[in-house]
Design a protein around this ligand. Sequence first.
Ligand code: AHR
Length: 497
Amino acid sequence: MIVDKDFKIAEVDSRIYGSFIEHVGRAVYGGIYEPTHSTADALGFRGDVKQLIQQLQVPIIRYPGGNFVSGYNWEDGVGPVEDRPKRLELAWRALEPNYVGTNEFIKWAKDIGSEVMMAVNLGTRGIDAARDLLEYCNHPGGTYWSDLRIKHGYKEPHKIKTWCLGNEMDGPWQIGQKTADEYGRIAYETAKVMRLVDPDIQLVSCGSSSTAMPTFPEWEATTLSHTYEVTDFVSLHQYYGNRDGDSANYLARTMDMEHFIHTVISTCDYIKAKKRSKKTMNLSFDEWNVWYHSNDQDKKIDPWSVGPPQLEDNYNFEDALLVGSMLITLLRHADRVKMACLAQLVNVIAPIMTEEGGKAWKQTIFYPYLHTSIYGRGTSLLPIVDSPKYDAQDYTDVPYLDSAVVYNEQQEEVTIFALNRNLTESLNLTCDIRSFEDYQLVEHLVLEHEDLKAVNTALEEKVKPHSKGASEIKDGYVSASLAKASWNVIRLKKIRK
Ligand code: AHR
């Protein structure tokens, strides 16, 4: 591998380390919010969960959905809690008590140092509800909705900058599913009106729900032909799973993610050309993760309870490797992917799990997310890689070495993120870093395990990183041995002489 400080992809937008909290399962009720928990704050939010999220340094959190938002009346979630209605929540067939709503969530996010990416309901609602919510959140005062916010105890405007225009509107499962032209029109009109309320906001137009959608990428082309000039981002969503137990194929899934990103960029640029536009559309990969372990279990859950244990994937070691590879893929596209959300954050397909009245604990996928969020800030550099390759069931020429490199000029640090996809053999890495004079090794973190299926639980953290990776630097070259099936973080720093 060759890494040079001049091979710049782009500055990493820290918002690619975003995440997502939806009103589904135990994400809110029994997750971030548990008023009877010993660590709960005055509003009922768990302090131990807050601490784990703060460790991850999550810059932005999408809320309140997801599928949930397409049936949500935001007005149900503001004002005195005792007056809030209980509703049948139809996306996930649960009971929504509305104990947590817009103000509580925004306050919670601010407390932990995160911004909110707010989604508006373009399923059952539309322009009217969206403009009212924006006025309620962002207008300083002196109008019906902003004064109502003040009456509810929030004098200062929330200044929510990023807004999603609906969620997965191409999906048959979505409440209020739309054709591409129907969505394009309503999203355009909603964006236009929202910008009149607050011209400083940034808007996300809904892309396809995944690469598997039959309308991908025509959906992007048609919807963007309506929304291109009034939005800043198009969304991408993708979940992977190892349903047939073929781990070599599973670890190659990011080849599909790579193709997804390329196709969306090409489609955006095609619309740009068609419109003779000067503007470049950025990508918001605002739902991504592994999701499959809990699918069968979820079919057995009875409807209409508050906070049922839905979408509770217990992640294993190989899932952490794939999540690491997905993060590497995002970093390598730092020039166009400016936001991304690991979906989700607590209990629901999440890096953090909670026990009712008990512990909050870390799943296997917590670690690659932690490492990239902490060490992956700066400029993403393009590593020139010459790696042995393999063929998998769905992909050919899959490089065993998957890597991204981030240069933090201010801190004078370089971090190499490297995944060895080889399940049986270690990989010897030689990395030319001669353009970084006087850089020395700080540490080589490794996530490895004999058993690809090893999981963490509240009682035992079987999968956790160690810092005993085998690396050395000599004459401007890093030599490292990357253990079979391993996630590696090789950290270098300039030595002050
Ligand atoms: O994150 C879980 C669900 O996945 C979201 O609600 C939806 O947008 C997607 O299908």
